[in-house]
Design a protein around this ligand. Structure first.
Ligand SMILES: [Zn+2]
Length: 686
């Protein structure tokens, strides 16, 4: 591993922050924290922290000795000075005299001594930073160091590689006891450049930012070099099927099995989102004949447990043509995983005098021999984090096995970390939104109603896939929604395009729960004279387009076995024909019947089908120009034309979106049509 320190960059950072009144110490702390944070072999998702001991004025202007230490919620790769809150050093150090200190009290003392009471919570490892007498302290969960020390003889290996240059601290859960022990070991190891925390990670110290940082690089490099010596070949590959099933077919089966029915609300399912990863290293790991042993040995560093759980789920390889068997096998594997998790929880909760509440028992990492691995999470973002950590674990365990045998911390230690209030606090306690974990695909997603639906569903917590024939516009709209919204090209008049688009959704999110079938366009002509070609074109888009999208969605939903909902944008024309609108109204009438047919055919599988019957919405179908010409033709003002309904109110795309959202949430409603037109008795459903 090479040092990424560049003098000019360091000085530029100092100069940049000097304008904001940030002193050199803190500016350089920001600079090297980012260098560490940008290297995924050192730091991933909160796994690491840094500090500097310095002096700065408090809110009243009095100089104080402080520890600026990474605050929770900040990403080291992009940290700013505000992400390194200053805590008064004196009071922190006084705590060292205590025999014991409860976590909650530790947090209280830390918060009470923040210079800025509005600052984020200092890292859970703050006391360790405070107790060691070094100006700059850098901490990472380097994969190379973990490969070296996650071994039965890890402490001996560390002693051999570092030869007195690093103190070695036995495994203790982060918190007060670890901080005390680490400081003791450091003081008993004169000349040490840092500490190896057995089965956890590495700390390096320095008088200045560069020294602490470059010691991290040097010590990690020594571990990397050791990993290259006396390697045995890992892993021996298992016998796998000749051809594997597709990712698009595998994802929904895995996702459906990794879900939880709500016992209290019929039809309500706790769903997870998937993130797939593969590559040579991952395939070598998941395809190994002994994957059931080395993958089940536990976490590579304790804080992974809150994102990945302690063990991944291993499923059999999905053979091409063998999906029915795969589905049965996965269901059995997930059931066993859930039972094991409940037993693990019960065992350890009994040890802790039954004070904890069980988290959901579903896996967060699934290994699929022949394909790769899935990270799972309540959101796409959480799934990506789980996948990143799983990938780091694969690399760590592979190297650990190459030089010895991977060994994690004990089960009780993993449990204590998983159920540690300070770790759970990292995940946040925000109340989940009603559609969290629900994957929603919207055809015509770049149009007015499609985009309004996308915004409404995203605000309700859903993951969004915008399908549109104009993929450039879909990408733009997906960006506007933000988060993990996906844009996919989809021409609903082309069966191949529909198949590709829904495969892309299944590959990206692992499945689909909600379809908003919205793509459409209007054709006109007096029905007795209209060209048959016009009618066929309209049927192709306004009827077959819905049928193709619904069919593709149902295929995924049936593979998941967790129900779902199909939502169709029909039109007033479906029930109340307007003059010369036959070419548009006829296929829409057929689509209205299609809704009912889906409701009838798939109710038993929990797949609901509903429609929204909207009229006179400003959109690609009713453009501002059309509104101008139609209102003129009727001798009305534009406003009177748009509000020509019983309520006298203009109906907007957002109103239609809210109706779709209602149908997505109405677990006991199917075969229903909701009218959103401001009131029009002639077009009322009966
Ligand atoms: Zn750590």
């Amino acid at each position: 591993m090479r040092s990424a320190w560049v003098d000019a960059d360091a000085e530029a950072t100092v100069a940049h922050y000097a304008n904001d009144g940030i002193a050199r110490d803190l500016a350089l702390r920001v600079y090297t924290t980012r260098l560490l944070g940008r290297d995924r072999k050192l730091v991933l998702h909160g796994g690491g922290n840094t500090s500097v001991k310095t002096r700065m004025p408090d809110l009243l202007g009095a100089e104080a000795d402080v520890l600026c230490v990474k605050g929770s919620g900040w990403d080291m790769a992009t940290i700013e000075p505000a992400g390194l809150p200053a805590v008064r050093l004196g009071p922190l150090r006084q705590l060292r005299a205590r025999e014991a200190l409860a976590d909650e009290e530790m947090v209280r003392v830390q918060r009470a001594n923040l210079l800025d009471p509005m600052a984020p919570n200092p890292s859970v490892e703050t006391l360790l930073h405070a107790f060691v007498r070094a100006k700059f302290v850098d901490h990472t969960h380097s994969t190379a160091v973990l490969s070296l020390i996650d071994q039965p003889n890890g402490e001996a290996l560390a002693a051999e590689v570092y030869d007195g240059r690093m103190g070695v601290v036995p495994y203790i859960m982060p918190g007060f006891a670890l901080a005390k022990k680490a400081a003791e070991v450091f003081e008993a190891t004169p000349g040490a450049h840092g500490l190896i925390l057995h089965k956890h990670g590495i700390f390096t110290f320095g008088d200045n930012a560069r020294q602490a940082y470059e010691r991290m690089i040097e010590m990690v490099t020594l571990a990397e070099q050791r990993l290259q010596r006396n390697r045995k070949t890992v892993f021996v590959t298992a016998q796998l099927p000749q051809r594997m099933a597709s990712l698009a077919a595998t994802g929904p089966i895995v996702r459906g099995a990794c879900s939880l029915k709500n016992d209290k609300v019929e039809g309500d399912v706790r769903r997870l989102v998937l993130e797939f990863r593969t590559g040579d290293v991952i395939r070598n790991f998941v395809d190994g004949a002994e994957v059931a042993r080395y993958s089940q040995a536990g976490v590579v560093t304790p804080d992974h447990t809150i994102r990945t759980k302690n063990w991944p789920l291993v499923v059999p390889a999905p053979a091409d043509g063998g999906l029915a068997q795969f589905k049965r096998d996965v269901a059995v594997a997930v059931a066993a995983f859930v039972d094991n998790y409940a037993a693990y929880f019960a065992r350890n909760n009994a040890r802790c005098q039954l004070t904890k509440k069980m988290l959901d028992p579903l896996p967060r990492v699934v290994l699929v021999p022949g394909l790769g691995l899935y990270g799972l999470g309540r959101s796409k973002k959480a799934a990506k984090i789980a996948a990143d950590l799983a990938q780091a674990a694969v690399e760590t365990i592979t190297d650990a096995e190459a030089i010895g045998r991977f060994e994690s911390i004990a089960e009780a230690d993993m449990f204590d970390c998983e159920y540690w209030s300070l770790e759970q606090a990292k995940l946040g306690s925000a109340v989940e939104k009603p559609l969290t974990g629900h994957v929603t695909a919207i055809t015509g997603g770049a149009g007015a109603i499609g985009f309004a639906a996308a915004k409404a569903f995203a605000a309700a917590g859903a993951e969004i896939a915008l399908l549109d024939v104009n993929d450039g516009a879909a990408r733009e709209k997906a960006k506007a929604i933000g988060g993990a919204a996906l844009a996919v090209r989809c021409d609903v008049t082309d069966p191949a395009s529909v198949a590709l688009a829904f495969d892309a959704v299944a590959e990206h999110f692992g499945g689909l729960d909600i379809l908003v079938s919205n793509a459409g366009a209007a054709w006109q002509g007096r029905i007795g004279e209209v060209d048959e070609e016009v009618l066929r074109k309209s049927f192709d888009l306004n009827f077959y387009g819905h049928q193709r999208a619904a069919q593709a969605a149902v295929k995924i939903m049936l593979a998941q076995d967790t129900g779902g909902v199909l939502l169709f944008n029909v039109s007033k024309q479906a029930v109340n024909p307007g003059p010369s609108f036959g070419p548009y109204g006829l296929p829409k009438a057929a689509t209205l019947f299609l809704v009912r047919q889906y409701a009838v055919d798939y109710g038993a599988e929990g797949i609901r089908a509903n429609a929204v019957n909207a009229d006179r919405i400003r959109s690609g179908l009713l453009t501002d120009d059309m509104i101008a010409s139609r209102s003129q033709a009727r001798g009305l003002s534009e406003k009177d034309y748009m509000t020509g309904n019983l309520l006298g109110r203009e109906v907007t795309a957002d109103d239609v979106a809210q109706a779709f959202l209602h149908h997505a949430l109405a677990l006991k409603t199917t075969g229903d049509v909701t009218t959103v037109d401001g009131g029009n008795i002639a077009a009322a459903m009966r």
